[in-house]
Design a protein. Sequence first.
Length: 82
Amino acid sequence: MCIRIAVADDLPEITVWDPDEVSILVARDTQVHAVIRELHATLTIDLGAPDSPGGALLCFCGTPVELPPELAPLAVDAAEAG
């Protein structure tokens, strides 16, 4: 089962791994650069996902992880801004 990412309120950290739901919860209203950095660290360091040279977020099975609609446009804007 691939990892899912969801946005949530009132989290103690920027990202929180939920093994029961096989998901990573992301704190709402966090700067997108911080979210991407924390997601990458959670996926690669904590969960053993492969590190993509292109910067894509990958599941531990190697499948690209999709961002929720609340984050996807922000990630594209941040990547284009450089």
